[in-house]
Each structure stands twice: as structure tokens, then as C-alpha cells.
Ligand binder design. Structure first.
Ligand SMILES: [Zn+2]
Length: 222
């Protein structure tokens, strides 16, 4: 892993994350996620293909090879464990840790990571609810979908939120929405499509955009 450049690690991670979101991985979607020009992505994809980290033909969808998937999972494990360490142990807020983890994920040693893992008692999710691959790189299973795909009347639990936009995380915290929060999806308003949620403590009105960036699981009504 250490011989892969930071840029290579970021490409593999981004391909994995797009696949995890159920999106088709193309030059365009990857360029959007990495915030670089599609032309520079094409050059890098050819290199990753030569190094057997991805399977790639021009104009076709991109897939990770087995070794590319292992490398991506290692970066994701470091990223998510670091985020939890930074919130739980260092005391940072959940909107501050993504940027730090983006840098640190490329430099910390395997030994430091193992210490964090043990210190935090082998956690299965980061502060944003994203699953942490274990030491053998097995990801905890999930069955969640964006809130925007659900219907009024459903009882739901928030499992995960997209963590890249600090402003979005501040917005969710102000609304009192965190992973683990249970609520009833009461209504989707016509026209603007705001989502009205009923929690134990009150009603929350969430924009349609926000509803597409948080992931929920259906739970049994009781
Ligand atoms: Zn993050």
C-alpha cells in the first residue's frame, strides 16, 4: 500500500465510494467526485489499468480489480477510523474531521491505526454512520437508501450521512439529526418537496436536497 501515490489512493477510494453509492463509475462521475478535468482522469485511468488496479476500457464503466479494491478498502478504513478518533478522542466536531482525515489517511502507519482501532474498541461505524472495514477489510453489511427514496408513513432510522460538506453537517446538527435518530416520515410537501419528519421531540423540516444526502433504514413500527 505504501508504494501507491496519494493520487492513486484517492482515485481508488473515489471509485469504491461511487460504487458504494450505487452509481455508475465513468470518467465523468469520477472527474466530478475528484474535482478534476475529465482529460486528466483518462490519463490516470490508463495508468491504474496498467498497474492492474482497475479494469478499464475507454468509454466503458470502470471497475476496481481485486488488488484495487483491497487498496481502496485500506484507505477507507484509515479515513473512517481517523474520523472517529478525531471526534471521540481528540474532541473535534463531526463537521471538522473529514478534511483532517483526507490528509492523515495517507500518512499514518499500520501500527498507529491498530492502536486507534483497539482504543475505540473495534468500532463498526464512523461519526457520520459510514461502515468501517475491519482488520481483514470486511465491511459491515448495510441495507440503507437515501431518505428521498422513501414514502410518507414509513418509520425510519438515520444510518449514514454524506460527510464531505461541512456546512451540510452543521445544518443537520442544528436540526438535531444524527445517525441512530429514529423518526416517522410524515409528509413530503408538494412543489418544493420538503420532507417533514416527526421525532420523539418534535418536527423537523428537511430540504429535498438534504433528503438525498442522508441514508436511512426502515424499522418495524411498534
Ligand atoms: Zn470523511
Amino acid at each position: 500500500m505504501s508504494e501507491l501515490t496519494i493520487s492513486t489512493q484517492n482515485y481508488l477510494k473515489s471509485i469504491f465510494l461511487l460504487e458504494e453509492l450505487g452509481e455508475k463509475v465513468s470518467t465523468t462521475s469520477l472527474a466530478g467526485m475528484l474535482k478534476v478535468a475529465p482529460a486528466s482522469v483518462t490519463g490516470m485511468l490508463k495508468k491504474l489499468n496498467r498497474d492492474d488496479l482497475i479494469e478499464y476500457q475507454p468509454y466503458q464503466l470502470i471497475h476496481l480489480s481485486e488488488s484495487g479494491r483491497v487498496a481502496a478498502l485500506q484507505v477507507i478504513r484509515r479515513h473512517r477510523l481517523l474520523e472517529l478518533f478525531l471526534t471521540e478522542t481528540v474532541g473535534m466536531s463531526w463537521h471538522e474531521v473529514h478534511e483532517e482525515a483526507e490528509r492523515l489517511e495517507h500518512v499514518i502507519s499500520a501500527s498507529f491505526l491498530d492502536h486507534i482501532d483497539r482504543l475505540l474498541n473495534f468500532p463498526r461505524a464512523d461519526p457520520h454512520g459510514s461502515p468501517i472495514p475491519d482488520r481483514t477489510l470486511i465491511l459491515p453489511e448495510r441495507h440503507c437508501q437515501p431518505l428521498s427514496k422513501h414514502q410518507p408513513g414509513e418509520v425510519l432510522q438515520l444510518t449514514e450521512v454524506m460527510d464531505e460538506d461541512a456546512g451540510f453537517l452543521v445544518y443537520l446538527a442544528q436540526l438535531g439529526l444524527r445517525p441512530g435518530q429514529k423518526f416517522n416520515l410524515v409528509e413530503i410537501e408538494p412543489y418544493e418537496g420538503s420532507f417533514i419528519l416527526q421525532t420523539d421531540t418534535g418536527q423537523i423540516r428537511l430540504s429535498q436536497k438534504a433528503a438525498s444526502l442522508i441514508f436511512v433504514e426502515r424499522i418495524q413500527e411498534n
